[in-house]
Design a protein around this ligand. Structure first.
Ligand SMILES: Nc1nc2c(c(=O)[nH]1)N[C@H]1C(S)=C(S)[C@@H](COP(=O)(O)OP(=O)(O)OC[C@H]3O[C@@H](n4cnc5c(=O)[nH]c(N)nc54)[C@H](O)[C@@H]3O)O[C@H]1N2
Ligand SMILES: Nc1nc2c(c(=O)[nH]1)N[C@H]1C(S)=C(S)[C@@H](COP(=O)(O)OP(=O)(O)OC[C@H]3O[C@@H](n4cnc5c(=O)[nH]c(N)nc54)[C@H](O)[C@@H]3O)O[C@H]1N2
Ligand code: SF4
Ligand SMILES: [Mo]
Length: 712
C-alpha cells in the first residue's frame, strides 16, 4: 500500500516535471479569450489541452474553436521552411534564397513599372505591431500607395458609418460589462451565439435583469432563439426596416428632443425624408408587419436604456454603411448613447479586427486613424518615420479594387500577409484570375492556403502560440498576447519577415526592430495625439492592468471605457443624422424569375473564415465537415429536394454544389451557405463585385440565385 503510494507520488512528480504551460490568446474571434496550452508527456506520447485563463473580458471562458485551436498550430501540414515555385512546383528553400528571389523580382519590377506596381494585402488577424509595420513597409520600404487588407471585407461599413455619424470608430462605445444595464437590446445581423460565443453570457445576464432582446436576422439563429422578438426580415432590407422604426418614432413623438437639440445635427432633414414614406410600403419591402415595427419603436423609445449592436448581416451589403447609419439614427433620436446601459456596438470579427483597422493597413490611412490625405497628419507620421513628407505615397484603393488593378495590369506584384482572398473575396474566380496574372506574388502564411498555392514564394510564419504582441479586442481593450511556445523549424514571426524583406530592399534602417515591444514603442509615438491614441499604453501596464481601452494618452490615463458622454468626435461635437434611401434606389441586382431566391452567407460555430485553420482540426471537422445550403421545407419541396440531397446553386457568376439542410429556421425566399469551404463549395464564386460606395464593402449577404437538384 505504502509502496504503491510512493510509486504514485514519484510518477506524479515526473509527470509534473514533464508538463509545460504556454500562455496565449485564441487565434480566432474578437473576444480574444486568454488561454493556456498545457503540454504533457504521458507514456511516451505528448498530449495537449487548451484551457481558459481569467481576464476582465471573458473570465476564463473559451468556446470549442479556442479549445481545439492548437490542433492546427501543431498540424503536420504547417509550413516549416520557405518555398519557391520552380517550374510550377514548390521546392524547399532557405531564407537567403527566398529573400534574394524577392529582392531580384521586386527591384526589377520597380525599375520598369514604378513603385505603385507593387501591392500589399494585410489582415486583421495579425498583431497591432505587425499591422503598423505592414503599413509602414508599404509606404516606406516599397513606397507604394497600394495597400489594403481583409478588414475591408469585414468591419468597413460599420467603421465608415461610425466615423460619419459620431466622428470616431471604436467598435463598442461602452465596456461589455454595461450590457447588463440595458433594458432593450437590438441585435441586427449578428449571430453572437455562434460567432462570439463567450460574449453570450453578457446577453444572458441582461435578460436575467429583465432586458427585452430583439434579434433582426432572416434566420432563426441560436442567437435569435434567445430573443423575446425575432424579426425575420428580407435579406438586404435593414435600411428600410430602420426607416419604418424612425417613421413611427417621429409620428408618435417617441423622441428625446433635448438630446436632439443639444447633441445632434441634421434632424429636420431626417424628419422630412422619413415623413415621405409609408409604413405599408416599408412593411412590404421588409416583409415585417407594421405591428412588429411599432412594437420595436415603442419598446426601444419607452425604456430608459437601450443598445443597438450590429454585425456583418446588415453591414456586408452594398448599402451597409447607410443601413448602419439608419440604426444609429434610432439611437440619436432616442438619446440612447453616452450613458450607462446605452450605446452602439459593431461586434468586431477577427482577433484584432479593432486594432488592425487603426494603424495604417487601410488604403487611406496612417497610424492612429490618421488620414493619409491630411497634410498635418502626413507630416506628423513622416517625422516619426524619419522621412520627408513628400516621400509618403498618397491614397490607394480598397481590397477588391486592388484585384481589379491586377487584372488591368497596373499592379504587377503582391505581398499577401495572413489572408486567403481567393476564397474570401467576392467574385472569387475573378480574384483568382487576377492573382494568376501577377508577375510576382509572395504569400506569408501558416499553410499553403488556396491563395498561397498561387504564390511564387511562400514564407512560413509563427502562430498565436509563438507570436507575442498586442491585440485590441471587441471592447476596444488593448491586450497583451504573451506567447512563449518555441518557434520551431525555419519559421519566423510576421514582424521579423517584414523587417528582413525591408532590409534586402535597402530599407533596413527604418525597420531595425528587435522585439514586438520595440515596435509598440514606435507605434505609441506614432499614435500620440491621434484619434486612436495608444501613447499612454505600455507592455508593463498591459501586464499589470490586464488590458486598457483606448484612447489612452498618457501613462496615468486609465483609458476610456465609455465614449461620447459629453461630446461626439466631430469638430462641432455634434452627432450627424443621416438621410437614408432604401430598396430599389440602392439595389444593383434584385431577385427575378431567373434568380428567384436570396442567397445569404455567413458562419457556423465550429469553423473560422476560409477554414484554412479549422479544417485542419479533427475535432472541429468532426462537428461539420462540408458546406451546406440551408433551405426552408416549403422551398425544398418546390424544388423537389430532400434533406441531405445535393443541390446546385447558381447566380449570374457561376454555380456551386452542396448538400441541403432543410430547416424551418430560415425564410422561404432565402438560402444560407457558410463560406468556410473551398473549391466547388466556395460560395464566393457566386457573390457579385458591386461595392458599397462609402466603405467599398462587397455584398456578401445578398445575392439572387436559382436552385436545381444536382444530377450526376
Ligand atoms: N464560428 C465563427 N466565429 C467567427 C468567425 C467565423 O468565421 N466563425 N469569424 C469572425 C469574423 S471575422 C466576423 S466578421 C464575425 C461575424 O459575425 P456575424 O456577423 O455575427 O456572422 P455572420 O454569420 O457572417 O452573419 C451574421 C448573421 O447575419 C444574418 N444576415 C444575413 N443577411 C442579413 C440581412 O440582410 N440582414 C440582417 N439583419 N441579417 C442578415 C445571417 O443570417 C447571420 O446569422 O464572426 C467572428 N467569429
Ligand atoms: N461569402 C462571404 N465571404 C466573406 C464573409 C462572409 O460573411 N461571407 N466574411 C468576410 C470577412 S468578415 C472576413 S474577416 C474575411 C476573412 O477572409 P480571410 O482573411 O481570407 O480568411 P482567413 O481564413 O482568416 O485567412 C487567413 C489566412 O492567414 C493564415 N494565418 C493565420 N494566422 C496567421 C498569422 O498569424 N500570420 C500569417 N501571415 N498568416 C496567418 C491562415 O492560415 C489563412 O490562410 O472573409 C470575408 N468573406
Ligand atoms: S473563437 Fe472567440 S469565443 Fe471562441 S475561444 Fe476563440 S476568442 Fe474565445
Ligand atoms: Mo470578419
Amino acid at each position: 500500500m505504502s509502496q504503491s503510494f510512493l510509486q504514485y507520488a514519484q510518477q506524479k512528480s515526473e509527470l509534473q516535471e514533464r508538463k509545460r504551460v504556454f500562455p496565449s490568446q485564441c487565434p480566432f474571434c474578437s473576444m480574444q479569450c486568454k488561454m493556456q496550452l498545457v503540454e504533457q508527456h504521458v507514456e511516451g506520447r505528448t498530449r495537449y489541452q487548451t484551457i481558459g485563463t481569467r481576464n476582465p473580458t471573458t473570465f476564463g471562458r473559451i468556446c470549442m474553436k479556442g479549445q481545439h485551436a492548437h490542433q492546427h498550430a501543431l498540424h503536420r501540414e504547417r509550413l516549416k521552411h520557405p518555398l519557391i515555385k520552380r517550374n510550377g512546383q514548390f521546392v524547399k528553400a532557405t531564407w537567403q534564397e527566398a529573400l534574394d528571389e524577392i529582392k531580384t523580382h521586386i527591384e526589377a519590377l520597380q525599375l520598369t513599372h514604378g513603385h505603385n506596381a507593387i501591392s500589399v494585402y494585410g489582415s486583421a488577424s495579425i498583431t497591432n505591431e505587425e499591422a503598423y509595420l505592414l503599413g509602414k513597409f508599404a509606404r516606406v520600404a516599397l513606397k507604394t500607395k497600394y495597400i489594403d487588407y481583409n478588414g475591408r471585407l469585414c468591419m468597413s461599413s460599420a467603421a465608415t458609418a461610425a466615423n460619419q455619424t459620431f466622428g470616431l470608430d471604436r467598435g463598442l462605445t461602452f465596456p461589455l460589462r454595461e450590457i447588463k444595464h440595458a433594458r432593450v437590446l437590438i441585435l441586427v445581423g449578428t449571430n453572437i451565439a455562434e460567432c462570439q460565443p463567450t460574449l453570450m453570457p453578457y446577453m444572458e445576464e441582461a435578460k436575467k435583469n429583465g432586458a427585452f432582446l430583439i434579434v433582426i436576422d432572416p434566420r432563426k439563429t441560436p442567437t435569435a432563439k434567445l430573443a423575446d422578438l425575432h424579426v425575420s426580415l428580407k435579406p438586404g432590407s435593414d435600411a428600410a426596416l430602420a426607416n419604418g422604426i424612425l417613421h413611427i418614432m417621429l409620428h408618435e413623438n417617441l423622441i428625446d428632443e433635448e438630446f436632439i437639440r443639444k447633441r445632434t445635427a441634421g434632424f429636420q432633414e431626417l424628419k422630412q425624408h422619413v415623413s415621405r414614406m409609408t409604413l405599408q410600403d416599408i412593411s412590404e419591402q421588409t416583409s415585417v408587419k407594421i405591428e412588429v415595427l411599432q412594437k420595436i419603436a415603442r419598446k426601444f423609445a419607452q425604456e430608459k436604456t437601450g443598445m443597438i449592436l450590429t454585425a456583418r448581416g446588415i453591414e456586408q451589403q452594398i448599402d451597409g454603411t447607410m443601413s448602419v447609419r439608419n440604426f444609429l439614427n434610432i439611437l440619436l433620436l432616442t438619446g440612447k448613447i453616452g450613458r450607462l446601459g446605452c450605446g452602439y456596438g459593431a461586434i468586431t470579427g477577427q482577433g484584432n479586427g479593432q486594432g488592425a483597422r487603426e494603424h495604417g493597413q487601410k488604403a487611406d490611412q496612417l497610424p492612429g486613424y490618421r488620414d493619409i490625405t491630411n497634410p498635418v497628419h502626413r507630416k506628423e507620421v513622416a517625422e516619426i518615420w524619419n522621412i520627408d513628407e513628400k516621400e509618403l505615397p498618397g491614397k490607394g484603393v480598397s481590397a477588391f479594387e486592388m484585384f481589379e488593378k491586377m487584372q488591368e495590369g497596373e499592379i504587377k506584384a503582391l505581398f499577401l500577409m495572413c489572408s486567403n482572398p481567393v476564397q474570401s473575396g467576392p467574385r472569387a474566380r475573378f480574384i483568382k484570375r487576377a492573382i494568376e496574372q501577377l508577375s510576382f506574388f509572395v504569400a506569408i502564411d501558416l499553410f499553403v492556403s488556396e491563395t498561397a498555392a498561387l504564390a511564387d514564394v511562400i514564407l512560413p510564419t509563427s502562430s498565436y502560440l509563438e507570436d507575442e504582441g498586442t491585440m485590441t479586442n471587441v471592447e476596444g481593450r488593448v491586450t497583451l498576447r504573451e506567447a512563449t511556445y518555441p518557434l520551431k523549424h525555419q519559421r519566423k514571426h510576421d514582424w521579423q519577415i517584414i523587417c528582413e524583406i525591408a532590409a534586402v530592399l535597402g530599407k533596413g534602417g527604418y525597420f531595425s526592430f528587435s522585439s514586438p515591444e520595440d515596435i509598440f514603442e514606435e507605434l505609441r509615438a506614432a499614435t500620440k495625439g491621434a484619434k486612436a491614441d495608444y501613447s499612454g499604453i505600455t507592455y508593463e501596464r498591459l501586464r499589470k492592468e490586464q488590458g486598457i481601452l483606448w484612447p489612452c494618452s498618457h501613462l496615468e490615463d486609465p483609458g476610456t471605457e465609455r465614449l461620447f458622454e459629453n461630446e461626439f468626435s466631430h469638430p462641432d461635437s455634434l452627432a450627424k443624422f443621416a438621410v437614408v434611401a432604401h430598396g430599389r434606389k440602392v439595389a444593383k441586382e434584385t431577385v427575378s424569375q431567373e434568380y428567384p431566391l436570396y442567397l445569404t452567407t455567413g458562419r457556423v460555430m465550429a469553423h473560422y473564415q476560409t477554414g484554412v485553420q479549422t479544417r485542419k482540426s479533427t475535432s472541429l471537422v468532426a462537428r461539420q465537415f462540408e458546406a451546406y445550403a440551408e433551405l426552408h421545407p416549403d422551398t425544398a419541396k418546390m424544388y423537389g429536394l430532400q434533406h441531405g440531397e445535393l443541390v446546385t446553386i447558381q447566380s449570374k457568376r457561376g454555380s456551386v454544389i452542396m448538400r441541403c439542410h432543410i430547416s424551418d429556421d430560415i425564410r422561404k425566399d432565402t438560402v444560407f451557405v457558410p463560406f468556410h469551404w473551398s473549391k466547388n463549395q466556395s460560395i464566393n464564386q457566386l457573390i457579385g463585385e458591386h461595392l458599397d460606395p462609402h466603405s467599398k464593402m462587397p455584398g456578401f449577404k445578398y445575392c439572387p440565385v436559382q436552385l436545381s437538384a444536382y444530377m450526376n
